[in-house]
Write a protein that binds this ligand. Sequence first.
Ligand SMILES: [Zn+2]
Ligand SMILES: [Zn+2]
Ligand SMILES: [Zn+2]
Length: 253
Amino acid sequence: MEVVFLGTGASQGTPILGCDCEVCRSVNPKDKRLRSSVLIHHCGTDLLVDCGPDFRYQMIREGANNVDAILFTHGHVDHTGGLDDIRPLNYLTKKPMEIYAEQRVIDALHKQFFYIFDNSTYPGVPKVNIHTITSDAEFKIGDIAVTPIRAYHGQLPILGFRIDDFAYITDAKVVPETEMEKLKDVTTLVVNALQYDTHPMHFSLDEAVDFAKRVGAEHTYFTHIGHRISHDSALSKLPANVQLAYDGLHLNI
Ligand SMILES: [Zn+2]
Ligand SMILES: [Zn+2]
Ligand SMILES: [Zn+2]
């Protein structure tokens, strides 16, 4: 399995438009973060987890031109805003994009992208094929078995995903103890770490380190990183098996 970090930033990316903080002014390429998303190549299938506003540029940057299915963690626009840009993939494959999401996320997509779902006869709209998933049922995409993991983004129920020994959870503040069994023996974990201070909706850096210890994966990578976190200075204080991911990082698992 290969995991490509298309983006590792929080909802506004880093740098934030108009911000002159130290990290936003950093020249370190690892401090340049587009909105969070990963592309997973596995068993001959290409899965995209979340499709944020930077999707088009991220795919072009990586020289990637295929997505077999999109899995959505939740309906916030930093995770959905690129959906209109699947059109070139529709044209290449002559097929609708397979979309996997919970009902509340599909409802959000209907509002954000009303024209995709209003039976418009206009030929230029993105084509999608919707699959409704739930937190308690494993599902298959091609030969890949996906286990959804329930997490809470503040009060909002969201999903993480486990595929074989890899798990991806972003925008979590709480992962219930009852879900921890699904993360047993994961070797590579990706989880969100927004900032140093506590936040009502997201793990802080310390909370993300605690969660990494609870899961006990061999390698943990942080994503959805806010603009106050400098890659190099945060990395130097993390446990040896915990790292910050960065845009363009490829993992072979
Ligand atoms: Zn987000
Ligand atoms: Zn800043
Ligand atoms: Zn969110």
